[in-house]
Design a protein around this ligand. Structure first.
Ligand SMILES: [Zn+2]
Length: 74
């Protein structure tokens, strides 16, 4: 996404104004095309993180269960 006024690359989509020239950015520019793709990519990243955390939790539970099993055998 580039600024419509100065054509420089905008590094932050959360800003409503250009960080270089201060031009106000149209709202539809922030939530269209690349903006939507960025939001979707963020959502996917969050889902992946959650899945990893869940897998880690399950692994820890298995480890605990394994320790308990060994204790029981002794
Ligand atoms: Zn600008």
């Amino acid at each position: 996404m580039n600024c419509p006024a100065c054509s420089r690359l905008l590094y932050s989509r959360s800003r409503r104004t250009c960080g270089f020239c201060g031009a106000e950015l149209p709202a539809e520019m922030l939530f269209s095309g690349e903006g939507i793709a960025a939001i979707r990519a963020e959502q996917v990243a969050i889902e992946v993180r959650r899945a990893r955390e869940k897998a880690k939790e399950e692994e820890e539970m298995k480890e605990r269960a394994g320790e308990g099993g060994r204790g029981f055998e002794i």
